[in-house]
Design a protein around this ligand. Structure first.
Ligand SMILES: *Cc1c(COP(=O)(O)O)cnc(C)c1O
Length: 386
């Protein structure tokens, strides 16, 4: 079977070969397989060293101290831990929390869950361009607001929220600010030494590392205390118990080391490829881009092909692996709540496709994809079915 061209990097990325090679040294009897918590022998020491070195890579990528990074099983867990960890620890101060309608499900459903538990929850709506305004946040702030959680770059539209602006405002009000940076890592420079962010979630598998590992940044300097959600051996400063998956963490560390070194050049290439893809798509009639292009990451393009159902288009595009504007929702196609919250009409929502490119995308692949997309659209619009 010939595999289609992969243009779904926002769903997950292949592990970089350099990462996989490094990970393999941390599994078998001839490698470093110890438990990093075993402090009585060299197997444990070596494993501990490997974890520390990965933590250092990640911390230096974000410009923070290694002590501020906690390993988790992925961004879903990091989002849960950050949000629940804060609200359970600080609920005596207030029970009001704010997020947006364009969050990833792991934030949105955590908020819905907390609402059921009796927390007061506000969801901010973006404008037609996908951007949340500071005014809308200012309007919703109350005396008992304890947390604001916002996505940095959206996984469906690529739209970037101005987290610096929101962070400054939250800090001026003494409100905790959490950011889901899972999609922005590797595309935008994120300097946490400067950005007023208190907690930030990220993972490994969206940046060429293995699945099943992620991280949470917690600004220790501010003595932010979060309640553990998993109890056990007290690993990760007691915030996240469980034996550390050394090979996964080593892989993630290597993925971030590579990003640190290569991101600038890589993003330059992404911009060029996205521009080429966009130009080509714009030659097709009746298309529109969802979300502002001015504030969007270089790897993602969400396009509505009006009057064409995206699931039919995707079937027709069997040479290209893309997602309708809503992946991640098990195996059922649920129409996109992100586009809905932006005020897109049903035709736009049902005809939108997310193209996302990455490290291994070539110019030839984009060219070939454009050719295939154009001919598929031509066939579908020509047939009376639609
Ligand atoms: C993929 C993704 C997540 C979930 O990450 P996992 O590591 O797969 O749990 C969370 N937020 C955003 C924005 C994502 O794109």
């Amino acid at each position: 079977m010939k595999f289609p061209i992969y243009l779904d990097y926002a769903a997950t990325t292949p592990v970089d070969v350099r990462v996989a090679e490094k990970m393999m040294k941390y599994l078998t009897i001839s490698g470093i397989f110890g438990n990093p918590s075993s402090s009585s022998h060299v197997y444990g020491w070596k494993a501990y060293e490997a974890v520390s070195s990965a933590r250092n890579n990640i911390a230096s990528f974000f410009g923070v101290c290694p002590e501020d990074i906690i390993f988790t099983s992925g961004a879903t867990e990091s989002n849960n831990l950050a949000i629940k960890g804060i609200v359970y620890a600080y609920q005596s101060r207030g029970k009001h929390i704010i997020t947006s309608m364009t969050e990833h499900k792991s934030v949105l459903n955590t908020f819905y869950y907390l609402k059921k538990l009796g927390f007061l929850v506000t969801f901010l709506f973006p404008g037609r361009d996908g951007l949340i305004s500071l005014e809308s946040l200012k309007k919703e702030i109350r005396y008992d607001t304890i947390l604001v959680s916002l996505i940095h770059a959206n996984n469906e539209t690529g739209v970037i929220q101005d987290v610096e602006m929101f962070g400054k405002f939250c800090r001026s009000k003494g409100i905790f600010f959490h950011v889901d940076a899972t999609q922005s890592v590797g595309k935008l420079s994120i300097n946490l030494m400067k950005l007023p962010i208190d907690l930030m979630s990220f993972n490994s598998h969206k940046v060429y590392g293995p699945k099943g590992v992620g991280g949470l940044f917690i600004r220790k300097k501010y003595k932010i205390h979060i309640k553990a959600q998993i109890h056990g051996g007290g690993q990760e400063y007691g915030i996240r118990s469980g034996t550390l998956p050394v090979h996964q963490i080593v892989g993630m560390g290597e993925a971030y080391r590579i990003l640190h070194e290569e991101m600038k050049i890589e993003v330059h290439r992404f911009k060029y490829l996205k521009h080429y893809l966009l130009n080509g798509l714009q030659k097709i009639t009746k298309i529109s881009v969802n979300g502002t292009l001015k504030n969007s990451i270089s790897t993602l393009l969400n396009v509505a092909f009006h009057n064409i159902n995206s699931s039919i288009l995707i079937l027709e595009l069997h040479d290209i692996a893309v997602s309708p504007s809503s992946a991640c929702v098990s195996s059922t196609y649920e129409s996109s709540y992100v586009l809905h919250s932006m005020g897109c009409n049903n035709d736009t929502i049902n005809s939108s496709v997310r193209f996302s490119l990455g490290r291994f995308t070539t110019f030839e692949e984009i060219k070939f994809s454009l050719y295939k997309i154009k001919s598929a659209i031509f066939r579908l619009r020509d047939s009376n079915m639609l």
